[in-house]
Design a binder for this molecule. Structure first.
Ligand code: ZN
Length: 115
């Protein structure tokens, strides 16, 4: 499962942050996971739950996931449409059907609350 290694990477990042801030407990982690990032949110949550269980630093950390909208740019008129992830059938402005996703593939550690 691809998400497990992503969570491992996240935990590594959290450990570095914690030592930078000289804290031993992380309370809350906010992640932005774009609908086009290829990350399965449920698997990510599951991975987080499993991998934080034995780790005192993040044992009680709450995981919040923010799913941003996806922007689709019309190749003909450059109109940008935002959706929850699904590609629109056509451009709302000119009706062209060639729309290119340009946002929504982010995977970002947005916020960390520490003790
Ligand atoms: Zn258009």
């Amino acid at each position: 499962m691809h998400e497990m290694s992503l969570v491992q990477g996240l935990l590594q990042q959290l450990r570095e942050l914690a030592s930078e801030h000289n804290t031993s407990r992380i309370l809350k982690v906010t992640m932005v996971i774009g609908p086009l990032s290829g990350v399965v949110v449920d698997s990510f949550k599951f991975g987080f739950e499993v991998l934080t269980r034995q780790d005192e630093l993040v044992q009680d950390a709450e995981l919040e996931i923010v799913i941003p909208e996806v922007g689709y740019r019309c190749s003909a008129c450059q109109n940008l449409q935002k959706t929850a992830g699904e590609r629109p059938h056509q451009c709302a402005a000119c009706g062209d059907t060639l729309l290119i996703a340009e946002e929504g593939n982010d995977l970002i550690l947005q916020q960390v609350e520490m003790e």
